[in-house]
Design a protein around this ligand. Sequence first.
Ligand code: 5GP
Ligand code: MN
Length: 351
Amino acid sequence: MYADFALLLRRFMQPIKNIFPLLTQPKDVVITMHQKPDGDAMGSTLALYHFLNKLGHTCTVISPTNWASFLNWMPGCKQVIDYESQPAKADLLIDMADWIFCLDFNVLSRTKRMEEKLKNAKGLRVLIDHHREPQTEVFTYGISDVNKSSTAEMVYDFMVASGHANLIDATIGECLYAGVMTDTGSFRFPSTTASVHKMVAHLKEIGLEHSHVHEELFDNFLEERFRFIGHVLLNRMEVFYEYNTALISIPQNDLIKYNVKTGDTEGLVNYPLSISGIKLAAVIIDRGEERKSSFRSKGGFDVNTFARKYFNGGGHFNAAGGFNKEPLEEVVNKFKAAIKENASQLSSYQF
Ligand code: 5GP
Ligand code: MN
């Protein structure tokens, strides 16, 4: 009976505050995030990296894959290990780690080729995340809160609640600001609470230069990216007014022709979403090894459920993604069938 109880207990992650008393003993720490990290994944992991280093821990940030070059300016980014290019080094660090912080993802499969390694690691896994339905049974400690704007905000809360807010400096502030700005669409999504603005006010007080962060993230693209965006908006976008839906589907040849790099397609889905009357926007990209989709909605259409049901994915209520192994044409047909199936919800939307 006691053994059963112990097993049951292990299935529930302990509150993150239980590790606060342990923070003062130096540990070997690995911090990781979801594949193809965005500003929130990279910003939150690097903020935690600087914070834990200041507390005397030995930390390494490992990304499951490469990332967009517009993240490279972030303090500490040059030390981040790309699992796909340095697997042996990363494996060794994971083997040695006492703690493995898992930031900005809910299920281990979001770390792609790292999944097995993380699953079998002897170090304690700690979750800080805001996606729905976390795999709580694989984390010893953690916090999951879908109401939070960003993982960066949660890392800030973690620092404050741990009693070490005095360690938050302008470097940490830049990383946190990059994360929260990315995930709130520059403070415009409904998730932007008073707490978010209070956090930013605190970061400003300790010297954050927010316009520098904005410029690094948004004013650093190559001309080719905008030629590509022009091309796909003109030639690859379909609007289904009867379903208040718009889709951009992109064949792999377009990516090659315009020399599209990791991160260049981020935010693309917001263009069709900005069309008046559109409730659901999708981008489906043929990345060669898989078809990657992004979904965004305005109002009451739940793209998390939509992505889970049809596209092996998930995410948040108004922003989700997924992937398929089928050819692009089949995935596009699947999407068209899916919007028909959801016609009652999509068509009834009041503007
Ligand atoms: P994006 O469209 O920017 O790739 O992703 C939007 C949101 O959905 C992000 O919060 C991202 O973490 C989540 N997401 C994207 N792809 C997947 C996926 O394949 N599985 C799950 N569970 N979430 C995803
Ligand atoms: Mn996030």
